[in-house]
Design a binder for this molecule. Sequence first.
Ligand SMILES: *[C@@H]1O[C@H](CO)[C@@H](O)[C@H](O)[C@H]1NC(C)=O
Ligand SMILES: *[C@@H]1O[C@H](CO)[C@@H](O)[C@H](O)[C@H]1NC(C)=O
Ligand SMILES: *[C@@H]1O[C@H](CO)[C@@H](O)[C@H](O)[C@H]1NC(C)=O
Ligand SMILES: *[C@@H]1O[C@H](CO)[C@@H](O)[C@H](O)[C@H]1NC(C)=O
Ligand SMILES: *[C@@H]1O[C@H](CO)[C@@H](O)[C@H](O)[C@H]1NC(C)=O
Ligand SMILES: *[C@@H]1O[C@H](CO)[C@@H](O)[C@H](O)[C@H]1NC(C)=O
Length: 469
Amino acid sequence: MATSLRFSLVLLFICFRLALSDSVAASVAVNYGRIADNLPPPSQVAQLLKSHGLTKAKLFDTDSSVLSAFSTAGISFVVSLPNQLLSSAAAPNTSFTDNWVQSNILPYKQIIEAIAVGNEVFVDPQNTTQFLVPAMNNIHSSLVKLGLDTSIKISSPIALSALASSYPSSSGSFKPELIESVIKPMLSFLKQTNSSLMVNVYPFFAYKDNSNTISLDYALFKDNAGVVDSGNGLRYKSLFDAQIDAVYAAMDALQFNDVKIVVSETGWPSKGDENETGAGKENAAAYIGNLVRRVLTGGGSPRRPNEPLNVYLFALFNEDQKNGPISERNYGLFYPNKERVYDVPLTLAELKGQSNANGSTTSKTQIPAPAAAPTSSGETWCVANVNVGEKKLQEALDYACGEGGADCSVIEEGAACFNPNTTEAHASYAFNSYYQLKSRATGTCDFGGAGYLVTQPPRFGKCEFPTRY
Ligand SMILES: *[C@@H]1O[C@H](CO)[C@@H](O)[C@H](O)[C@H]1NC(C)=O
Ligand SMILES: *[C@@H]1O[C@H](CO)[C@@H](O)[C@H](O)[C@H]1NC(C)=O
Ligand SMILES: *[C@@H]1O[C@H](CO)[C@@H](O)[C@H](O)[C@H]1NC(C)=O
Ligand SMILES: *[C@@H]1O[C@H](CO)[C@@H](O)[C@H](O)[C@H]1NC(C)=O
Ligand SMILES: *[C@@H]1O[C@H](CO)[C@@H](O)[C@H](O)[C@H]1NC(C)=O
Ligand SMILES: *[C@@H]1O[C@H](CO)[C@@H](O)[C@H](O)[C@H]1NC(C)=O
């Protein structure tokens, strides 16, 4: 009896920890594009990623020279089935996908965590859309035969052009001609297999074509007034968040509220031609640097504040053999000689190094966990989500400090955490106090959507955010 009770408690604890780490693990990874004739060999690339603390990458194929060079590098991969193979993969039987999985996936099963089936298939000039969902199903069947279906997820990156409407975000909807033929069947597949929808998100494209109406600061995550969504009142501080929520809104409209998004590509070119407004090294550095900070420390999007963001930067290297405008060959974080195109933090560890170098007020106890395992320490804090609006935030703050029993003495005038004197800072302090007092139990950082979890110590002025009371 005692043993089984203890066993149940241990199980309960494990489940809780799993649920918790699921709900807070944001990540930054990188697309390892290889359309170039001057890239370093894969073994050196493995070293390069490791030396920058990057632990996840995405390939546009299943190249065995890459996967075997990375087999012991401790880096996990999303690999891709190229669009040209979609029609074969969609055959009435699974002979093709059985073979493909056997030779391309099975040997590297330890380092493959997902398969991207095609890329931006709806805009493939070869019109391969009809093959997409049958190919996904066949690959899934082939994985099932090898017992790999739970460890390896299947999805397909879509371009934002799959949307008919994306502004305001809350009006997001898929193109009508895609909905019945491919979107609904694909979302059903993702839902059944617990997979996320992969979305390629490029604020740069929207900015380049609308630089008169879209503020550059808004596109680059710099300080700006934000844009209020006229449909639901949420305030967007970045175009990136607004674009993601447009896809969430489009899924919500089809009642697929439970499918998550992973950002399979996002980036900003460091060079462009005369018509590519906004391309340039300074803007690229601002976009990537601020994006990384936002993803690792800023919680989910306004529509899904508790859903951590997982992004794959585009791309690792400048790729000299790509067609198209100048920008296409200049999305890299690195030149082929492995030098940085611009120097911005790519991980929590690098973010931390940067704050220290600037002599910030961060004290030792507030230094976040190492980048490789941001959640392994289990440390989490609860902070305020300003997107719910001042009124809701104030109500939740009043609740936390009143009935909730949070320790709010330090946010009173004159006390250590009074400054900055903002509702966001005060509510964050109160929410965190409540959350920690409740031993970080599930649901105690909800506050009707006004609170969300972060894996780094919050920073408001000199206020410290305890994890123990
Ligand atoms: C599967 O389909 C291919 C071509 O569509 C065919 O050549 C092959 O014989 C089929 N295999 C089985 C086991 O039915
Ligand atoms: C693409 O294929 C679909 C389904 O076969 C067809 O209805 C559509 O007309 C094709 N579109 C183009 C542009 O070829
Ligand atoms: C999906 O996740 C749910 C809840 O975690 C679980 O019950 C279900 O078995 C999973 N389904 C698959 C196909 O992995
Ligand atoms: C830029 O746009 C103008 C006007 O459309 C066009 O004439 C010119 O060729 C474009 N430049 C490049 C490099 O594409
Ligand atoms: C650190 O200083 C550099 C140069 O002044 C600045 O660009 C960067 O944003 C600062 N970082 C932080 C975290 O304040
Ligand atoms: C703190 O902020 C509130 C609300 O903006 C304001 O009414 C109050 O005067 C401020 N107090 C101090 C001391 O600045």
